[in-house]
Ligand binder design. Sequence first.
Ligand SMILES: Nc1ncnc2c1ncn2[C@@H]1O[C@H](COP(=O)(O)OP(=O)(O)OP(=O)(O)O)[C@@H](O)[C@H]1O
Ligand SMILES: [Mg+2]
Length: 259
Amino acid sequence: MAKRIDVNDLNVYYSKFLAVEGVSINIEPKSVTAFIGPSGCGKSTFLRTLNRMHEVIPGGRVEGQVLLDGDDLYGAGVDPVTVRSQIGMVFQRPNPFPTMSIKDNVLAGVKLNGTKISRSDADDLVEKSLRGANLWNEVKDRLDKPGSGLSGGQQQRLCIARTIAVKPDVILMDEPCSALDPISTLAIEDLINELKSDYTVVIVTHNMQQAARVSDKTAFFNIAGTGKPGKLIEFNDTTAIFSNPEQKATEDYVSGRFG
Ligand SMILES: Nc1ncnc2c1ncn2[C@@H]1O[C@H](COP(=O)(O)OP(=O)(O)OP(=O)(O)O)[C@@H](O)[C@H]1O
Ligand SMILES: [Mg+2]
């Protein structure tokens, strides 16, 4: 079930280095939010704080609050493994397990969570997840073949199927199309558009057209200089960010006049 995310005054550190400072943002359920901004401004770092992946990095820590439907993800007694199953993540490079079959790839996250599942339930879940990721028709006759035998775009949709299979509330994507050709990219964009009827989706992208095409809201992050923390500069409806931004830095960035 899609849930909302509310972030209150979040600081994100790598040991002593303050990488992202003072972010407050409200992400609505069943919407697509795009994070844009120049390289190094902290988009990936901030994204990883939304499912407690940041703290996996040695020295990685946060100050502030991240609420999932009002529950503090960083509260005492909250299990980060549970958080990561509620808030799934799709990475820049498709990362299926290469020797594992397509079917087992879809089930990998479910098994990792220790969920026991009967064979027929597993088959149903595989079909449902692959259909949800718009991949079923292309792979239904080769579910037992290795995931590495798929094209890059198919592998990325397989990773999305693996994420959906654990029935998350939120799906985070960090430049999910940057390794894909334009046709596969459009397939993923169509899929994101469909996913938003069931999930809350957050996507990092360097592609302005993509942000404009897929997102309802856009957050522009920026950095004042090397060694300075990244900050959220402007957050608004995507149409406003691209046609009528309030901040000059946003306008310079979206119109390609940056740097
Ligand atoms: N594991 C790490 N240890 C220390 N510093 C890091 C680590 N990962 C990222 N950083 C630093 O944090 C800052 C933000 O990096 P991040 O990768 O979040 O930027 P980004 O906006 O995603 O950039 P890009 O668009 O290039 O992916 C940078 O100064 C980066 O060097
Ligand atoms: Mg990044």
